[in-house]
Ligand binder design. Structure first.
Ligand SMILES: [Mn+2]
Length: 236
C-alpha cells in the first residue's frame, strides 16, 4: 500500500504510533508532503526516522526551506564554520533540536520540491490551475509557489484532466471546520468511477500542531487513517 501524509511538524511519537496503527510494512511506501520540522519537540528524531526508511519519500515544505535559508545565511556569515553554525542552530527546533547534526541538514538539503507518480502528484502547498482547469507539471512551477500557494486549497479550485494532487500546508479546519482529510472528486469523473482516478486533489493537513489528529491517506483504498492525540490531564 502507498500512504500519503503531510505537516507532521515534529510530532515524532504520534508519527510512530500512526505507523503502528496502519501496520506500515517494508513493502509499503510512505509519501510525506513537507513540513516535517518545527513546532513539535521531535523534529530531529523524525528526520532521522524518515531518512532511515528506504520506503519513505519526503518533499520540502516552507518550514524546511526557512530552516535551510537560516542555515545557508549562517554558513555565509561564519565563513562556513559548520561547528559554530550547528551550535547556533541547536536552539532552532524546539525539544530535540540540540541533537541536530550535519547529516540532518544534508537530508533536508536533498529533499525534492515535489513527487510525480503515474497516478498522483505530491506538493506541499499547491499548484497553479489554468483557466481550462489544468495544472502545469510541477517542474514548471516556481519553488515559492509550490511551498506557499494560498489558492489551491480553496474548495472552488478543482483541477481537471490531470493526476490527483496531494497537498497540505494549511489546516483543513480552516476550510471545513473539522480536522479531517478532504478528498475532492473531479468534476470530470465518470459516473461510478472510484478510487484515486476519480479524485482531483486531497488536502492532508489535519492541524496536528493545533491539537488535531495525525492522519494519512491510503492511495490504494482512498481511506483516511487517524490517530488522535493522547489527552494530557493536568498538563499546563
Ligand atoms: Mn507549510
Amino acid at each position: 500500500m502507498r500512504y500519503v501524509i503531510s505537516d507532521i511538524h515534529g510530532q515524532y511519537d504520534m508519527f510512530m504510533r500512526l505507523l503502528e496503527r496502519i501496520k506500515f510494512a517494508s513493502s509499503d511506501e510512505l509519501f510525506v508532503c513537507g513540513d516535517m520540522v518545527d513546532k513539535g519537540g521531535g523534529t530531529v528524531r523524525l528526520l532521522r526516522q524518515l531518512s532511515s526508511m528506504p520506503n519513505a519519500r519526503c518533499i520540502l515544505g516552507n518550514h524546511e526551506y526557512a530552516f535551510l535559508n537560516k542555515y545557508w545565511s549562517l554558513m555565509r556569515d561564519t565563513g562556513e564554520d559548520t561547528e559554530r553554525v550547528l551550535d547556533i542552530l541547536s536552539a532552532y527546533f524546539p525539544g530535540d533540536g540540540k541533537k541536530l547534526g550535519e547529516g540532518d541538514v544534508r537530508f533536508v538539503e536533498r529533499l525534492p520540491a515535489y513527487i510525480v507518480r503515474d497516478d498522483f502528484v505530491a506538493v506541499h502547498a499547491g499548484l497553479p490551475v489554468g483557466p481550462d482547469g489544468v495544472c502545469p507539471p510541477p517542474d514548471e512551477v516556481p519553488l515559492n509557489f509550490l511551498l506557499n500557494d494560498r489558492n489551491f486549497k480553496s474548495p472552488a479550485v478543482l483541477p481537471s484532466g490531470g493526476k490527483c494532487v496531494f497537498f497540505g500546508h494549511t489546516p483543513t479546519r480552516n476550510i471545513c471546520g473539522a480536522d479531517k482529510i478532504i478528498a475532492y472528486r473531479r468534476r470530470d469523473a465518470e459516473f461510478g468511477e472510484s478510487g484515486i482516478a476519480a479524485l482531483c486533489k486531497v488536502h492532508l493537513d489535519t492541524g496536528v500542531w493545533l491539537g488535531g489528529p495525525m492522519a494519512c491517506f491510503c492511495v490504494e483504498t482512498c481511506r483516511a487513517h487517524y490517530l488522535r492525540p493522547r489527552p494530557t490531564f493536568g498538563a499546563k
